[in-house]
Design a binder for this molecule. Structure first.
Ligand SMILES: Cc1cc2nc3c(=O)[nH]c(=O)nc-3n(C[C@H](O)[C@H](O)[C@H](O)COP(=O)(O)OP(=O)(O)OC[C@H]3O[C@@H](n4cnc5c(N)ncnc54)[C@H](O)[C@@H]3O)c2cc1C
Length: 229
């Protein structure tokens, strides 16, 4: 893994970095790719890399990586996977708009599909959008939640009703009634450490088997015993 900043600036989940190291991923921090080099058959052979230093913080608050002149070197690779961010492919907008009888499908200022945040209705009233295409790179659960909302709006539209957000469900969570303060639980309960999840040994993980093995009966019993109520 080639990364131009240090581990401290990596926008990845620390557990994923830790697990990847256990599974044999080698990191080259403060290193950036310059060029991909091909062999005589046009297949990938190596990459020219350059060492980086850290300068002043940039707009993201992380220190800006600066190339160190003259530090270039080559490293051989069989495959190269680029992981340099994602953006929504909105090339289809013109095609949709060409066939739209009413309204226009637009991109928002981030280059994602423009949709009403509450109803997910787009500029074409009969078109609803959800997921990463609307929010930019997010998570599965957020895409599913948006899809549920969009299908609700779609139903309202198709049945001739006003397209509006569904009523918020009543949740009887304690913190809906008042903010919890530390005094309510500190010193009243014994501090108990979370049960460590048993996992597959790193050297047998190169398969599609689940890495997290689940708690034993005793561990599950102890873990639920940590609940305050
Ligand atoms: C490497 C990686 C790891 C991730 N890990 C996690 C994770 O651990 N947990 C998590 O919650 N989320 C994770 N995500 C994010 C998650 O995958 C997305 O948030 C989720 O898939 C979004 O769902 P979606 O239905 O909006 O879009 P997508 O799943 O991207 O589906 C969009 C579909 O539309 C198709 N499409 C695009 N353009 C057109 C077109 N013009 N015509 C027809 N079809 C088209 C695409 O081929 C694709 O199948 C990860 C994403 C990546 C890239």
């Amino acid at each position: 893994m080639i990364y131009r900043r240090t581990e401290a600036e990596m926008p990845a989940n620390p557990i994923e970095i830790h697990e990847s190291k256990l599974e044999g991923v080698e990191y080259q921090f403060l290193t950036a790719p310059v060029r991909v080099n091909k062999d005589a058959n046009g297949k990938v052979k190596s990459m020219t890399l350059i060492k980086m230093g850290l300068g002043e913080p940039d707009a993201s608050g992380r220190r800006r990586p600066v190339p160190i002149e003259g530090s270039e070197y080559d490293m051989e690779f069989d495959y190269i996977l680029a992981a340099i961010g994602q953006k929504t492919d909105i090339n289809f907008l013109d095609d949709v708009n060409k066939h739209a009888k009413n309204g226009e499908l637009k991109a928002n200022k981030w280059g994602d599909i423009d949709a009403n945040k509450i109803t997910l209705q787009t500029g074409i009233p009969s078109v609803f959008a959800a997921g990463d295409g609307v929010s930019g790179p997010a998570t599965i659960i957020e895409a599913v939640a948006q899809a549920k909302l969009a299908s609700h709006s779609c139903h309202l539209y198709l049945t001739g009703q006003d397209v509006a957000a569904p009523k918020k469900e009543f949740l009887s969570k304690k913190d809906n009634f008042h903010q919890l303060s530390k005094d309510e639980f500190v010193n009243r309960y014994q501090h108990q450490i979370r049960e460590e999840m048993p996992v597959l040994e790193a050297d047998v993980r190169k398969s599609f088997n689940e890495v997290e093995l689940g708690y034993t009966h005793e561990q599950a019993h102890h873990e639920v015993g940590r609940c305050l109520e």
